[in-house]
Design a protein around this ligand. Structure first.
Ligand code: SF4
Ligand code: SF4
Length: 437
């Protein structure tokens, strides 16, 4: 993983030129209806009054915004009409159609023509998506989380994940995500058990969860178990964060960061890592990671006295809510073209699916969290659009954590690659650990 200290070679691709002044970037007016009312301008008033502005749960505000937001309503109506599986299929067809209209090949064909391959390596990271409930409902959420989601990992599945983790000698990291994973009943159990095994534990934290009722001791719990916190903060500007993640989220995120800093998180020499994650506000590539990290450090220190370790830049994947976002604006085709035009062969080397195994709340196994949300299970037949599995498959369902004793058994299983994978290989590359090249 990058410490942020080493310098990366900046790739030369046509659109890898997003400026680090990401607070100046604004979304264009949608090209297609429904038009969205402009967000009321928010003005940061410094740390004064922060505590008063961040009392109580964020959930009522999130539900209110979901009820008022036309895009959420439209998506919810389609979900009710089609069901999740059909919607995922429709989404896949739209991506495929966009590539066809552009005269572009599939991701696998593209790799083959470039003489590249994505073989699975030894699994070093076990990532668990332990549930889809979240106190937020962000506009770009690739797992479509919200306070309305109820999918949640059971103790039985959590225990089985730990059994497999213990038997998988190559795994050095347990990466816990959601939803807001900390609001899942299994979260603290998993952390306590994995902590005793001595593996690195990552909590993919939305920061606002630290202010949720019942989570008053969460920051101390994380510090006690030396959990590495990887937190989303898609801008240092309140307006952009609130536009993407919901009103009030910026204030609460700042309060959360200050809480973590107070415990030593993000402070050099403390042994408590705090990394931030940037993803673009709209249909453009992230700026260079190192330069943006420097800008974030300067802005957050000057305005709020906040420190952190590293910034990870992540490209928006054209799936789920972000795919809807693009489609409604008539921008899906342009975005797919942008991703392909900026294909960076070097980014394929660090693809996270090579050494990560992702397990869903119900125990199903995937190559990554994106494939998980698209239902592209590891070991399913017919999920690989160009090269159907020639290995033993588990039919439509795919492998479950109960089918394996160790992640080493998955070594020969092919990675399921489809058109959304262009999102991981564009510009500087993208993964849960940030840029890959
Ligand atoms: S992006 Fe993260 S914080 Fe936002 S709704 Fe999805 S899971 Fe929750
Ligand atoms: S989206 Fe595709 S390329 Fe990216 S990590 Fe998943 S399987 Fe690999």
């Amino acid at each position: 993983m990058s410490t942020g200290a080493e310098q990366r070679e900046v790739p030369v691709t046509p659109d890898f030129n997003t400026p680090v002044e990401v607070d100046k970037l604004r979304l264009s007016t949608p090209k297609a209806p429904p038009a969205r009312a402009a967000e009321p301008a928010a003005k940061w008033a410094g740390l004064d009054g922060l505590d008063e502005r961040t009392t109580g749960s964020l959930v009522p505000d999130t539900l209110k915004q979901m009820g008022e937001d036309e895009e959420f309503q439209a998506t919810a109506a389609r979900l009710r009409a089609l069901g999740a599986a059909r919607m995922t299929l429709e989404e896949k067809k739209l991506r495929r159609r966009a590539l066809d209209e552009l005269g572009l090949p599939s991701f696998q064909q593209y790799l083959a023509r470039a003489g590249l391959a994505v073989p699975r390596a030894t699994s070093t990271i076990l990532q668990l998506n332990i549930g889809l409930y979240c106190n937020q409902a962000c506009a770009h959420c690739h797992v479509e989380s919200s306070p309305r989601r109820t999918e949640s990992m059971s103790r039985e599945v959590a225990e089985r994940c730990l059994v497999v983790l213990r038997a998988s000698g190559g795994v050095a990291t347990l990466d816990i995500t959601g939803g807001a994973p900390e609001l899942n009943p299994q979260f603290r159990y998993l952390v306590e058990q994995a902590s005793a095994l001595g593996v690195e534990i990552i909590d993919r934290c939305n920061l606002t969860v630290l202010q949720e009722p019942g989570q008053e001791d969460l920051a101390e719990f994380l510090a006690k178990h030396k959990v590495r916190v990887v937190a989303s903060l898609p801008c240092y500007s309140p307006k952009n964060v609130n536009t993407q993640r919901g009103s009030g989220v910026f204030d609460r995120s700042i309060l959360g960061l200050r809480q973590l800093n107070a415990l030593g998180y993000g402070v050099e020499g403390s042994g408590l890592s705090l990394d931030l994650v940037y993803n673009p506000l709209g249909a453009f590539l992230p700026p260079p990671q190192e330069a943006l990290e420097a800008k974030y450090k300067e802005e957050l220190m000057e305005a709020f006295g906040i420190t952190f370790n590293s910034l990870f830049t992540i490209t928006n994947m054209p799936i789920k809510r972000f795919a809807d976002f693009l489609y409604r604006r008539g921008e899906l085709k342009d975005y797919m073209e942008l991703l392909v035009r900026n294909f960076n062969p070097a980014a394929t080397k660090g693809l996270m699916c090579k050494d990560t195994v992702s397990v869903g709340w119900d125990g199903r196994i995937f190559d990554c969290d994106f494939n998980q949300q698209l239902g592209l299970g590891m070991g399913t037949a017919g999920t690989n659009e160009d090269a159907p599995f020639d290995l033993k498959t588990m039919g439509d369902v795919g492998y479950s954590i109960f089918d394996v004793d160790s992640l080493d058994e998955l070594a020969s299983t092919k990675i399921v690659l489809e058109s959304h994978c262009f999102g991981c290989t564009s510009g500087m590359g993208s993964s849960c650990q940030g840029a890959t090249s």
